[in-house]
Design a protein around this ligand. Sequence first.
Ligand SMILES: [Zn+2]
Length: 118
Amino acid sequence: MHEFAVARALVDAAIDIARESHIHRITRLRCRIGDMRQVDRWLLDEAYALAREGTPCEKAELCVERTHMQLECKACGRLFSVIDWDWRCPDCGRSGSNARGGDELELTGIDGEPTDED
Ligand SMILES: [Zn+2]
């Protein structure tokens, strides 16, 4: 299950950051996931609920920023985001090219509370 691997990787990355930053309890995971990764948000939430069990992420909220692939219109030069797999320019209807972005899959940060025993 693709989403489970993603959730597991996010939890592992968050635990690493928490250890380095002396965060005892993680309250929020912030990540960025591009449309091209085809990660289903509902499945990801389900997978995350399992992946975080027994970890410092157990009470942490998962905040996902979705990113879209950008295309450039061959006809009018407009840059636009691909939403719902629509590759046509919103201005002139031609199909775009020079795809970039939309393949992000990264933990951008965590929030948490510092260790008590310092
Ligand atoms: Zn155009």
